[in-house]
Design a protein around this ligand. Structure first.
Ligand code: GTP
Ligand code: MG
Length: 136
């Protein structure tokens, strides 16, 4: 089975949606949360995590937003969990995301789209090392 890194972004934490979002992940058959932590992200961590977007117009505001309050970081394990959490989240733009998805149900703003989930096995491996060096 697979492992993925999930972040509940500062908007999800501020809006009291931790339980709602984690509940959807928890209820998927056979998936397990194997690590979970509330933490504030420093600039170095964010630079590593979002390095692929450095130089893009949305990068600086994205990093500012991601450090505007604590996030909840989770490791989720299970069958096809990388693709699966991305499907639960919905597309990046919450207005384009279907109702029933996390972003579709709760988001309106592209930057404040509630959740991050690794987008491939390679990304998962890289991101898990950044956030949970002990676990990876
Ligand atoms: P993450 O799971 O957070 O990585 O989202 P993603 O994989 O769906 O999107 P991507 O990695 O392309 O972008 C990372 C984050 O940057 C997104 O989740 C958004 O919060 C933000 N972002 C991406 N594209 C745009 C954009 O065009 N405008 C703005 N304002 N923000 C963007
Ligand atoms: Mg991404």
């Amino acid at each position: 089975s697979q492992r993925t890194l999930v972040l509940l972004k500062p908007d999800a934490v501020r809006r009291g949606l931790i339980g709602e979002v984690i509940g959807r992940i928890e209820r998927k058959a056979g998936w397990t949360i194997s690590a979970l932590e509330l933490r504030s992200l420093d600039q170095e961590t964010l630079e590593q995590h979002y390095g692929e977007h450095k130089g893009k117009p949305f990068y600086e505001p994205l990093v500012a937003f991601m450090s505007s309050g604590p996030v909840v970081a989770l490791v989720v394990e299970g069958e096809r969990v990388i693709e699966g959490v991305r499907a639960l989240a919905g597309p990046t733009d919450p207005i384009a995301a279907a109702p029933g998805s996390i972003r579709g149900d709760f988001g309106t703003i592209v930057r404040e789209n509630l959740i991050h989930a690794s987008d491939s096995e390679e990304s998962a491996e890289r991101e898990l090392k950044i956030f949970f060096p002990g676990v990876a």
